[in-house]
Design a protein around this ligand. Structure first.
Ligand code: BDR
Ligand code: CA
Length: 308
């Protein structure tokens, strides 16, 4: 069992990532921390609590709200792709269980410190504000981190919010620069790879055939994502951004890439928020470039079908 903490901004695809992680037999989700991103901070924290309960989980998995805004830039959100609620305006019941009283940044610091003997994997699917703050406040937490697996950035593919920048990095490029520069082992699911993994009609139908309540919820979230993707930019088959981070943890054999270091363009201008991977034989970051996308959906289905 691998212990993971998930830092996220749900978000339709973050929500599917959470459902996959809770279902995965090989993962022990220790906590969820939330950050402002796809929608404002208070709403991402509500959405994480909604999904915790949809997964049949409770207080044993604390949901901790974090940074309400990026480090330096003005906040940006992505309602066009996630709906005004962040969950595609699907009719979820309000969560019954409260937020943890711990701040997300303190939770990350405490969890990593407690994990030095058996380091923790951080799965990061939103802007990196919380993780950057934790690494800044307590640099020695790296001892308790096995690796950070992050959905962020774009190189060959170009951006999805500007021609150069991917949303999570654009939303807080200064935080991304801190995290990429911290020297912690990382694996990065950028648009270069997530754009290869798309929710086609037949893959969506496969998820719908899985007879768990959580698979049905995931199918509705994926369907909403496809519909919003189409109305926002006319593109069919939304990419499976955030759930791919979970699958990269449970099935790393399905992805391949190269070792790099990554710099982030933080100067104002048209390239603001662009990630630049530099190939390096012993680079501490794996920049994924290819995925076996059928197998990724099969693994997603396996996790969603593993609920009792
Ligand atoms: C990323 O941005 C968000 O809108 C998604 O949740 C994903 O984390 C894709 O660029
Ligand atoms: Ca996200």
């Amino acid at each position: 069992m691998k212990s993971v903490l998930i830092d996220c901004d749900p978000g339709l695809d973050d929500a599917v990532a959470l459902l996959a992680a809770f279902g995965a037999r090989s993962l022990n989700v220790k906590a969820i921390t939330t950050v402002a991103g796809n929608v404002k901070g208070p709403q991402t924290a509500i959405n994480a609590r909604i999904i915790r309960e949809a997964a049949g989980r409770g207080r044993e998995i604390p949901v901790c709200a974090g940074a309400p805004r990026p480090l330096l830039r003005d906040a940006v959100t992505a309602e066009d792709f996630h709906g005004s609620t962040g969950l595609g305006n699907l009719p979820f019941p309000s969560p019954r269980l409260p937020l943890s009283r711990a701040h997300a940044v303190n939770k990350i610091i405490r969890s990593c410190r407690a994990a030095v003997a058996a380091p923790l994997t951080l799965i990061v699917t939103g802007p990196m504000t919380n993780v950057a703050l934790a690494l800044t406040m307590a640099p020695n937490i790296t001892e308790g981190i096995e690796e950070i697996v992050v959905m962020a950035g774009a190189d060959r593919e170009g951006g999805n919010i500007t021609p150069y920048a991917e949303f999570n990095v654009f939303a807080d490029p200064h935080a991304a620069a801190i995290v990429f520069g911290a020297g912690v082992p990382m694996r990065c699911l950028s648009l270069d790879v997530t754009h290869q993994i798309r929710t086609t009609k037949s893959r969506l139908a496969q998820v719908r055939e899985i007879e768990t309540e959580q698979a049905q919820i995931a199918a509705s979230l994926l369907d909403a994502s496809n519909q919003l993707e189409f109305s926002a930019n006319g593109a069919r088959d939304a990419p499976l951004h955030d759930p791919s981070t979970v699958i990269a943890v449970t099935r790393p054999d399905l992805f391949s890439g190269r070792r790099v270091s990554v710099s982030v363009i933080t100067e104002p201008g048209e390239q603001f928020g662009r990630t630049v991977p530099h190939s390096q034989k012993d680079g501490h970051i794996v920049w994924y470039e290819r995925a076996d996308s059928d197998a990724v959906y099969a693994a997603l289905g396996e996790h969603l079908g593993a609920y009792k």
